[in-house]
Every structure is written in C-alpha cells, then in structure tokens.
Design a protein. Sequence first.
Lengths: 236, 338
Amino acid sequence: MIYAEILAGGKGTRMGNTAMPKQFLMLGGKPIFVHTVEQFLMNTRIDEIIICTPEVWIAHTRDTLKKYIKDLSRIQIVAGGATRNDTIMNGIKFIEETYGLNDDDVILTHDAVRPFLTQRIIDDNIEGAIKHGATDTVVEAFDTIVHSVDGKIITDIPVRSEMFQGQTPQSFNIKLLKEFFENLTDDEKEILTDACKALVIKGHDVHLVRGESYNMKITTQYDLKVANGLVEGQKI
Amino acid sequence: MINTVYRLIAPKSIRADFVDLKLDEERIIIRPTYLSICAADQRYYTGSRGRVVMKQKLPMALIHEAVGEVVYDPKGELPVGTHVVMIPNTPNEKDDIIKENYLRSSQFRASGFDGFMQNVVSMRRDLVIPFDYEPEVGVLLELMSVGMNAVSTFKKHAHDRKDAIGIWGNGNVGFVTALILRKEFPDAKIYVFGVEEHKNRYFSFADDTFIINDIPEDLQLDHAFECVGGRGSEAAISQIIDYIKPQGTINLMGVSENPVPINTRMVLEKGLQLLGNSRSNYDDFKKSVDMMANNKDVREYLSTIVSEMVVVNTIDDMIRAFEDDTYNDFKTVMKWEI
C-alpha cells in the first residue's frame, strides 16, 4: 500500500496572533490543508491519506473536510504527537493497527502547509521510496548558506553548489523507518527532529527528489500573503 | 486544490501560475499524460501571431491536443485511471443547425482560455471521451477529429462521384485527412501532393503521391482538400483549381494569417464549391475514437507521424519540445510527467 501522511500537527505559533493553527487559514477559497489533501487525492497511486492533527482539532478537521470534499473514504484523521517525529510515528501506528504492515508499504510524509506541491513531486517520491527506501524532496539553495554556531560570527560558509533546501514530501519504506526510529536512543530522538536525518546518521542512503521553488511552506503571515497573491480563481 | 498551470507569458517564455481549482460535481479531474504541439501553438510560442493578438491572449497555457487519465470523478461515472481524450472546443449554447465548433459563442482551449499544459485539468463531463488503446497514439485524436470534421462536411456537400480525391499538403493535417479518406472511401483513388519528397513517402496508404512541380498534366480530380495553409495556400488552391473537374468541392483546411487570393473566374466557370473547415465537435471526436479503436492499421499509420516524444519534467523540457518541433517533420509529443 502507498500512504500519504499529512502532517498538520503544528499549532502555528510562528503565525503570530492567529486564532487557529496555520493549516486551517484560508488560501484562495479553501483552508490551506484542504488544498494539500486534494492534491494527494488526485494521485491514483495513493491508497490512503492519513491526516495527523492536534487532538483538539480533530473534529474541526473532519467538519472542514466534509465541506469541501465529497468522498472521504480514502481519508483518515489521527491525533498528532508532541514532536514531528512523534506525529509521524502516530500515523504509522495507526496504519499498523488498521491495515497491518507489509514489507513493501510506503509512506509519503508531507507538511499540510505546503499546498503547492505537484503530481510530479508525488510520483517521484513514490518511485523513489519504492526503489531506494527513503527520499527527501529538495531544491538547490539559491542563497549562500552561512553556518554560525553562536549566531554572532561565521563559523563556516559551505559550498553553495552542494547545498540544498529541504522540502517535503519525505518518503519511506514504512518498515525501514519504523525500525530506525525504534533503535534511536532518547538523546538521539531529542536532536533528530528530521526523519531523514535519523536515517542518514544511522548510515542509510536517502535519495533526493527534485522539489519546486514554489513548493513553499506557509509558516508566517508574510508567506500567507505571498501564497494568496500567487493563487487566482478558476475562470472556466 | 492548487493547480499549477504552465502559461506562455511572452514569446518563448513559460511560467508556472497557480489556480484555485474547485472540485465541482459536473467536472472531472484529468491528469494529462500526452500532449502534442500544433502549428497554432507554435504561432503563439514564437510570437508570430503579432503583438496585438499576443497582448490580448497572453498569459495563456498552450496545447489543445491532449489525452489524460481520470484521477477524480465525484459522480463515479468514469473509473479512476480511465484513458480519456479531452475536447478543446467548449460550447456555451445548443444549436440544432450550426455545429459547436462554428458557434461564435464557443470557446477554444489555448485560444480563448487556458490549454492543457496544466498539472491537472478540470473538464466538463460532456467534453471527455474514454478510449482504451495506447495513449501515445490517442494523443492524435484531436488532429484526427479535425480531419473527421472536414470529411463529414465533404460527405454532406460533395456530389456522389468520388473516384479521385486529391490532398494538397503532406504535413500532419494532410496525413490524417488522407488516412480518413482512405478508410471512408476505400474505392477512391487518393492522391497526395507535397513539396518534400521524403515526407510524401510516409503516405504509403495513398494510391500515389506527387511533388507539386511534377504533376502529370492529364491528372484529374473529382474533389480536393487543401491542407497547406500559410503562404503556400494561394499556390495550392490555384493548382487545385487547375486539376479539379467541374462541380467538385475544394475543402479548405489550411490556416493563413493573411488573406489568400483565389482565381474566382475559374471557380465560377467550373461551378466549384469551396468548403471552409475549422476545428471539430464532440461527434467528430467520437467518430475518431471509434475509427482508431476499430482499425489497428490506423493506429499504426498514425504512430509513424510522431516525430519526437519529449519527456517533460520541467519548464525547460517544455521549451525544448517547442524548439525541437520547429525542426520536426511531423508531430512533437510531450510525455507529461511534471
């Protein structure tokens, strides 16, 4: 089976004074996360879509989906966790309990607040996860990356041509990801906030999928304004 | 959902734009799989439509020849994964006499509004037809439907003697029209007239092919199709008038940016009918879908005019497809993987 896990666990603290988590804010005529879910719904290879959202927002998430999407049979809503990795693992736990785990099961984990992804990015993630076991979606770094340990002086300036910016989806063979997570120590779990990093540190290759510069994460009010400026209504 | 639409914003310049797509009950969402480039797209791409038209139409997604896969049908009438051809002509009214493709109220993809260069396309339910053969050939259904439209008009208006039919132009339109005529009139002599000998050789199903400056003087035709267009239209129509018998039909299919002088004296003397043809409607598509389904050889012949298949992952790939197309003898098809 091929699963998409939409990570809507964030509470939107970087968004300022908004009353709701950022994934529920409007982009064009729909909440941001609905656009994201619909993009996965349009991919014929995705069997199930698992939305992980803060527990208190589960009912709201369900109500909102019902307003915009007629057929919810491929969509499940699960409570997120305290950290990003906990949220991912909650989704996997749900999959294991509901459908069981098979050796070739694949999961695409994607930020709910990246609604601009394309079918090509989804297809490439599916292919990559099946072939290599783990993929990360990236774009080449346009800006020079400056490394500073103390935030005051430059420690290092890495070679830009070797730098990429991480996006999502990050996609995995589910059994492989589960095995790596289960073998992490508590200290490692504390610092490994990124699922791909956990695999890399433990020596497993994670292959790159080309993202798009516009596959942006809507994190701040500025991002939301830019995103709304990009989107236009359907004319015909 | 946010749909990415790849629009031409200026000659040779394509940009990703984003449209908030509604998932309407009456619409089906299609993921394009193969798109083919038409001369009309190329005229926009290179900017040869002129500044006024370009300013009026752009930004606009190009391509009106495309097939795709159903990814979402809220009514569940077409199963997910079904191959469909998308009809670019979009009628806005019903008329019992005039065909949809000639109604002034109809809109056309990649002419009046966005064409098929999109991540997914939201299509009206009545403008989608399923088929179950290779989509690599199915992508030529729109081209075929244009030939079908002309042949239908020809059948309706031409007199019954159809022993010899001439097709001027050995490009895509000429090829598909000649092929349809071959199937519709198996006993007729089908003659093709072109400039390039190597392109004439593709017309193996025709009874004979000729280079336009080497046509036997005693050759006579009951009817003719002009599939040349552009600056060659005048010479082609003039030659047709010379070789056609009285009361024949001249079926015009070639688009020209400029007015074309015609020897009306001889049109009058011979009592000729000039029939204009443009685009196609649902019935033409349906007949084309069926003709391809029922004739494996038609699919084989059509496969031979796909000059190049470009896999499209990026906007740069789209640019490459359009650039290559200017050198290709026949069709350039984009395998849509973006």
